[in-house]
Design a protein around this ligand. Structure first.
Ligand SMILES: *[C@@H]1O[C@H](CO)[C@@H](O)[C@H](O)[C@H]1NC(C)=O
Ligand SMILES: *[C@@H]1O[C@H](CO)[C@@H](O)[C@H](O)[C@H]1NC(C)=O
Ligand SMILES: *[C@@H]1O[C@H](CO)[C@@H](O)[C@H](O)[C@H]1NC(C)=O
Ligand SMILES: *[C@@H]1O[C@H](CO)[C@@H](O)[C@H](O)[C@H]1NC(C)=O
Length: 344
């Protein structure tokens, strides 16, 4: 049993006793930086800040100081502040825990626009076993770069396996989160973008995340939140959104057909009227639709009305939804330091 579920069990008698005066939301334990730190059990830490008294003033320099082939957790504490730099955790430096001071206080910002998603990313993770807590990752390139070929403006590209973000935020004027490949967990994160802004062939769970859509006036079509790119029946990738909220400005689709076997599931999520009634789109897609799994399960809110959904959208039954209902979808119980289980 994980410490997370154990902790929840330990809390139960206490909460039951206090149930009459505690709001329902308070019964959920909070994943915070001290809990993560205690789970990762390390005394190796590096301090980054701008006061001149820390080990480094640059996050990239702190990452560079971790030895290649690192095999034990290293905490990089990022003090509150705006770090204007492009940051990359290379494949050779796994087991890094980036511990920010809260997504409203610690941010990593750069402004590259490029013809390639991979080149534009403000933050790139290529290593396995990386955890981030309490950091905003932002690409603040001007939106005017669109209309030119240099119109990719990724905030974060996640290409390692077993990568988890807790209480982080991702901002870009356009295609924000390149969930490229590997198993990933996003918990209580905020993702803001315009078109296809969560994309790639990652195998990912978005638990209790907020998705905010900003309308893109450059184009006439509706944008899409996701463009998942699963390529075959034995590809384990897919995006699963659990108990979050979607809202924004302008109309968008939940996803668009991309890879021939793409999977995107929205489960128990609030969908505002920003989701257009058709729900999903096959824009610029000419493959067969029969192998796609674009599903919704017990969503609510004005955008969840499925009477006018495209014919290939699915409302999942309880049994169909089960493989997509918690961190088992990413084998999370085996590798996540902490996670939420359903109905805690
Ligand atoms: C860190 O922990 C290891 C093993 O737990 C111990 O041997 C080492 O002395 C500690 N180092 C510091 C700087 O506390
Ligand atoms: C990107 O940011 C740098 C550093 O703040 C700044 O000098 C540069 O003008 C910015 N570029 C654009 C296109 O805004
Ligand atoms: C982005 O650039 C590509 C070429 O790299 C171009 O085909 C596309 O129309 C551009 N999109 C926008 C919104 O400017
Ligand atoms: C895409 O959807 C439209 C409208 O539902 C439909 O007319 C068209 O045949 C679809 N394209 C493919 C490739 O299925």
């Amino acid at each position: 049993m994980s410490a997370a579920s154990l902790m929840a069990l330990l809390l139960l008698p206490l909460l039951a006793a206090a149930a009459l005066c505690v709001p329902a939301t308070a019964t959920k334990f909070t994943i915070d930086a001290p809990l993560l730190t205690s789970k990762l059990q390390t005394n190796r830490s590096i301090l980054v800040g701008t006061s001149g008294r820390e080990d480094f003033a640059s996050l990239q320099e702190a990452i560079d100081s971790v030895p290649d082939g690192n095999s034990g957790w290293v905490i990089i504490h990022l003090r509150a502040g705006v770090y204007r730099e492009k940051v990359r955790i290379p494949e050779s430096k796994p087991y890094i825990f980036l511990r920010g001071n809260g997504k409203g206080r610690t941010s990593v910002v750069w402004n590259d626009s490029s013809t390639e998603n991979t080149d534009s990313a403000t933050f790139t993770v290529e290593a396995d076993n990386v955890v981030a807590f309490g950091i905003s990752f932002r690409n603040d390139a001007p939106i005017g770069a669109a209309g030119t070929p240099f119109n990719q403006t990724v905030a974060a590209m996640v290409a390692g396996d077993k990568v988890a973000f807790y209480h982080c935020a991702f901002y870009s004027p356009h295609n924000t989160l390149f969930d490229y490949k590997g198993r990933h967990y996003y918990e209580t994160c905020y993702v803001q973008g315009a078109i296809d802004f969560i994309f790639g062939r990652g195998q990912s769970v978005f638990q209790s995340c907020e998705i905010f859509v900003v309308g893109d006036k450059r184009i006439k079509i509706h944008g899409s939140i996701t463009a998942q790119n699963r390529q075959s029946a034995d590809d384990s990738s897919g995006f699963v959104f659990i108990k979050g909220k979607v809202y924004g400005i302008g109309g968008v689709y939940l996803g668009r057909a991309k890879g021939s076997h793409s999977r995107v599931i929205w489960s128990r999520t609030y969908l505002s009227k920003t989701i257009v009634p058709e729900g999903w789109t096959n824009w610029s897609y000419d493959d067969t639709l029969e192998n796609l799994l674009y599903g919704e399960h017990r969503c609510h809110g004005p955008g969840a009305n499925h009477l006018r959904r495209v014919s290939w959208a699915k409302q999942l039954s309880e049994a169909e939804a089960t493989p997509f209902s918690d961190v088992d979808f990413i084998n999370g119980k085996e590798w996540l330091p902490v996670y939420y289980l359903d109905d805690l």
